[in-house]
Write a protein that binds this ligand. Sequence first.
Ligand code: FDA
Length: 412
Amino acid sequence: MPDPAPCRRFALDPTCDIGHPDIMQFETIILGAGAAGMMCATRTGGRTVVLDHAKAPGEKIRISGGGRCNFTNMYAGPENFLSENPHFCKSALSRYTQWDFIDLVSRHSIAYHEKTLGQLFCDNSAKDIISMLRSEMQKAGAELRLETSIQKVSHDGARFVVETEQYGKHQTLKSQNLVLATGGKSIPKMGATGLSYDIARNFGLNILPTRAGLVPFTFRDERFKPLAGTALPVHATANGTRFEEAMLFTHRGLSGPSILQISSYWNEGQPIQINLLPDADPFTALRDKRKTEGRRNTATVLRQLLPGRLADFLADEWALTGNLADQSDKALQQLADRLTHWELTPSGTEGYRTAEVTLGGIDTDALSSKTMEAKSVPGLYAIGEAVDVTGWLGGFNFQWAWSSGWAAGTAI
Ligand code: FDA
């Protein structure tokens, strides 16, 4: 798109900067070329520029889903999201649904498959999703500026003013609309910053406390180190919310889908509960085995119910001694209860270093749920992970990025 015509007033009025060679005018400036920012840029009319300090757009898309991007979930709905206001996400999710995104993916002939639980992945590569968004942005006429650092953001009374630096060159950009789409704080090594929170705060928007979500738990004494690599299906519960997926022991603690899911519901200091035998009735199983294998050591019998290393670890931890025949019904019930209600208190999480998402962020109370525009600052929008809407593991976070990006882009 050509630059706007120079302002005829400029020569007479030095405060009018239209046509000023060092100031570029846009209708919309989007900060962040991630999932939400790129989707937004495919929809905005008028002159749009997307700014990002990274070398490439959509870096989290590229590494997501083991390089195949779990780009949405067939069963996505408001109940799969955490937010201070659980109703806020409803409008955007219902106006741009998973089926709309699947339709876009199909129109770009990107092959995909369902892995499990409605989670859709690219057959080939996550890069297909990035190419698709880039091509849609191009079609919409949006400009992409990478390796651009955002130095200052303000408002001059008429327009937003964004001071940038690219390859050592300073430039001032002005626009009617400003979209905050720089995501959360997760994985700072990949360039995550709290920029959107800082800008929103400067414009008077409330920021809710942030913390790492979808993140492994750590335990102070590295007590699970000998079990590292052991995985099993469990029911994991934190704060009354339960997920039924796999759990993985790591050198530092616990991970795997069920653990990542409950980490978003966990508060520091609280215990979590693990049902290690969700598909069995361990009391009946142990009592039956007492009849047929009563002379076996209790720890040995446990090895028939659980992965060997875990069975040995628990036998040691719970000081299980004697043969199965020596165990009373009460003792077997106690053991069964321990297996189905294993209570552990993590010392913490791996934090933003490995977290897939950031909980909290820009308070939804400050935004219109239909357009994502700040109620108190016309022209200011916030989308994606920067907003206090966080999805479960399984394609939900990208769906929020697509839906909120679409809502803002369409409104602009
Ligand atoms: P996103 O983080 O994608 O983009 C923000 C952009 O802003 C980045 O390009 C960044 O460089 C830029 N930026 C940040 N600070 C800046 C600054 N100061 N100046 C300029 N630019 C700045 N979700 C899902 O649904 N399915 C999945 O498979 C996965 N997998 C996954 C794996 C891993 C390892 C992680 C870390 C995360 C996931 N996620 C996921 C979560 C998902 O990646 C995340 O929720 C979305 O990318 C959020 O989209 P946004 O556009 O809001 O932020």
